[in-house]
Design a protein around this ligand. Structure first.
Ligand code: FAD
Ligand code: NAI
Length: 488
C-alpha cells in the first residue's frame, strides 16, 4: 500500500509539472541570479494576496529581479476546491493550507518579504498602499504605508450578499478556513441542541433544517458533502428520532442549479441530490431576508413566506472586496466602468492606473472567476515579469519612458487560457465533468469514474507533495473510520 501510494503521489506530481508547464521550477535552480549589490534599486514589486493568483505568480517569479513584498491578511495559501469537504471533516483544514513563508525563502540574496496585514487602500497617484494589522495581536505599530513601483492586485473577491438584510449577521459563508470551522460547529451544535430533553417538535424541526442559498458550484458541492456526512456519519452517531427529522434545502433563484453545466448534467445532479430523502431543491426561489432563526423566501409567484432554519450557508457568488471597490472609484468611471472588478488590458494592467496589475477574481475578464483561471493568470504574469524585469528596472531609473515600455510590452506573448474542463463533486462518490472542444462541442461525464477523475485531478493540483500526501491520507481515513461528529 505504501509503495502504491508513493508511486501515485509521484506520478501525480510529475503529471502536474508537465500539464501545468511547471518544469521551469527545476530549471530556475540553474539560472544566473543577481547578487545583493546588483539587486539594489531594483523595482519594488508589491503583491497583494496569497491566493491562487498571487502564489502562482510568486512561484514563477525571478525574485532577484525585484524587491518583492507580499501583503495579505492570511499567511497561508488555501486550496479552495477542497473547502466544501473540510466543513464535514472529509479533509482536515491543515491539509489544504500551505504556509506562504515556505515560498518566501529563496536564497540569502533574494528573500521575499511577507507582511501579514490587510491592504485598506491603494493610492494610484502617490503609488502607495495603506495597510493595517487586522489580527488579534497588535504591536505599537499596526498601520503602515508601503511604496510600490509595480503593484499586483491578487485580493480575490468576497461573498456577494446583494445588501440583503440580515445575511452578514446571520448566515455562514464558505470562503475561508475559519468558515469551515463555523459551519461544522454550528451544524453539530444544532444536532446536540435538538436532543435537549423537552425540546418542542417545531423547534427540533427548525434546528435540523439546514439551508444552502445559491445553487452554483459552491452551494452544490457543499450540499453534496453535507448529504454524505448526514447519511454516512451523523445517522450512525445520533438518535434515529433526530436524524429522521433532518432536512437539507438548496435554494436557487434561477429555474435550475449549476447553470454553468450542460442540461444533461443539470438534470442528473438535480435528480441525484433530490434522491436523498433529506434533500429538497427549491428553484425559482429567492431569499430576500435572513433573520436569526428564519429566512424570508420569495417564490416564482412572487409570494413571500418565512422559513425557520437551524443553519444557513450563503453561497451566491462573488463581489469585489472593499480595497478593489475603492481603487475602482479612485481611478474613475471613465475607464473602470464595471462593478464586478478591475478592468484590465490584455497584459493584466489595470486600465487608468500606471504600474498596477490585477489577476484572479478581483479582475474582470471574459473568463469565469475560478482557481483554474487565476492560477494560469498568475503563472503568465510571473513569466511576463521575468521577461520585462530589465524594462521595468530602466523605467524606474528614468531610462525608459511609458511609450517605449508599452511598445516593448506589446512584443511579448499574450495570455492564452487552457481550459482543462469543469469538475464538481455531487455526493455519494459521484462527480460531474464537462469540457468544450475548439468547435464548441461539449463532452460530459458523471458517476464513479468521474469521481475518481475529480479526486486525482485535485490531488495533482495540490501545490506541494506534503499536501498531496495529507489529503490522500484524510480521504483514506474518512473512508475507513468515518468522519468525526464532535464539535470544535
Ligand atoms: P483567492 O484565492 O481568494 O485569494 C485572495 C487572497 O487575497 C487571499 O490570500 C486573501 O487573504 C487576500 N486578501 C483579501 N483581502 C486582502 C486585502 N485587503 N489586502 C491584501 N490581501 C487580501 N475554482 C476552481 O477552478 N475549481 C474549484 O473546484 C473551485 N472550488 C471552489 C470552492 C469554493 C468553496 C470556493 C469559495 C471557490 C472555489 N473555486 C474553484 C473558485 C476559486 O477558489 C477562486 O476562483 C480562486 O480562489 C481565485 O483566486 P484569487 O487568487 O483571485 O483569490
Ligand atoms: P455562482 O455565482 O456560480 O452561483 C451563485 C448562485 O446563487 C447563482 O445560481 C444565483 O442565481 C444564486 N443566487 C443569487 N442570489 C440568490 C438569492 N438571493 N436566493 C437564491 N439564490 C440566489 O457562485 P459560486 O457557486 O459561489 O461560485 C463562484 C465561482 O467559483 C464561480 O465562478 C464558480 O464556477 C467557481 N467555483 C467553481 C467550482 C468548481 O469548478 N467545482 C466550485 C466552486 C466554485
Amino acid at each position: 500500500w505504501g509503495g502504491a501510494a508513493a508511486t501515485a503521489v509521484a506520478s501525480l506530481t510529475l503529471l502536474d509539472l508537465l500539464v501545468n508547464d511547471d518544469l521551469d521550477i527545476i530549471t530556475d535552480k540553474f539560472r544566473h541570479r543577481l547578487t545583493k549589490e546588483e539587486m539594489k534599486d531594483r523595482p519594488n514589486l508589491v503583491i497583494l494576496g496569497t491566493g491562487w493568483a498571487s502564489l502562482c505568480l510568486l512561484r514563477k517569479l525571478y525574485t532577484d529581479r525585484y524587491n518583492v513584498t507580499i501583503v495579505s491578511p492570511r499567511n497561508y495559501f488555501l486550496f479552495t476546491p477542497l473547502l466544501p469537504g473540510t466543513t464535514t471533516g472529509t479533509t482536515e483544514s491543515r491539509s489544504i493550507m500551505e504556509p506562504i513563508r515556505k515560498y518566501c525563502r529563496r536564497s540569502d540574496a533574494d528573500d521575499v518579504t511577507f507582511i501579514e496585514a490587510e491592504c485598506l487602500q491603494v493610492d494610484p497617484v502617490k503609488k502607495t498602499v495603506k495597510c493595517y494589522d487586522n489580527s488579534a495581536v497588535k504591536g505599537e505599530v499596526s498601520e503602515f504605508e508601503l511604496p510600490y513601483d509595480q503593484l499586483v492586485m491578487g485580493v480575490g473577491a468576497e461573498s456577494a450578499t446583494f445588501g440583503i438584510p440580515g445575511v452578514k449577521e446571520n448566515a455562514c459563508f464558505l470562503k475561508e478556513i475559519s468558515d469551515t470551522r463555523s459551519i461544522r460547529d454550528r451544524m453539530i451544535d444544532c444536532f446536540e441542541t435538538a436532543g435537549y430533553p423537552g425540546q418542542p417538535d417545531a423547534e427540533i424541526d427548525r434546528l435540523l433544517h439546514f439551508v444552502i442559498v445559491g445553487g452554483g458550484p459552491t452551494g452544490v458541492e457543499f450540499c453534496a458533502e453535507l448529504n454524505d456526512f448526514i447519511t454516512n456519519d451523523v445517522k450512525k452517531a445520533f438518535p434515529k428520532h433526530l436524524t429522521d427529522r433532518c432536512r437539507v434545502t438548496l435554494v436557487e433563484a434561477l429555474p435550475h442549479i449549476l447553470t454553468v453545466f450542460d442540461k444533461n448534467i443539470i438534470d442528473h445532479v438535480e435528480k441525484k441530490l433530490q434522491s436523498s430523502p433529506t434533500t429538497k431543491i427549491w428553484t425559482q426561489t429567492a431569499v430576500t431576508g435572513v433573520k436569526e432563526r428564519e429566512m424570508i423566501v420569495r417564490d416564482a409567484e412572487k409570494k413571500e413566506r418565512s422559513v425557520p432554519y437551524g443553519m444557513l450557508v450563503w453561497a451566491t457568488g462573488n463581489a469585489p472586496r472593499p480595497v478593489t471597490q475603492k481603487l475602482i472609484q479612485s481611478i474613475g468611471p471613465e475607464v473602470q466602468n464595471v462593478r464586478r472588478g478591475l478592468v484590465v488590458d490584455e497584459y493584466f494592467r489595470v486600465k487608468g492606473a500606471d504600474g498596477i496589475w490585477a489577476i484572479g477574481d478581483c479582475s474582470v475578464t471574459p473568463l469565469a472567476p475560478t482557481a483554474q483561471v487565476a492560477s494560469q493568470q498568475g503563472r503568465y504574469l510571473g513569466r511576463l515579469f521575468n521577461d520585462i524585469s530589465e524594462d521595468l528596472h530602466q523605467k524606474k531609473q528614468g531610462q525608459m519612458n511609458d511609450q517605449e515600455f508599452t511598445a516593448d510590452l506589446k512584443k511579448k506573448p499574450l495570455f492564452k487560457y487552457r481550459h482543462m474542463g469543469t469538475l464538481a463533486y455531487v455526493g455519494d462518490k459521484s462527480a460531474v465533468f464537462q469540457i468544450k472542444d475548439a468547435d464548441n462541442k461539449t463532452t460530459t461525464s458523471e458517476g464513479l469514474a468521474t469521481f475518481l477523475l475529480w479526486r486525482s485531478a485535485y490531488l495533482s493540483k495540490c501545490l506541494s507533495i506534503r499536501n498531496r500526501v495529507l489529503v490522500a491520507f484524510d480521504w483514506t481515513k474518512a473512508s475507513i473510520f468515518g468522519r468525526d461528529v464532535s464539535r470544535g
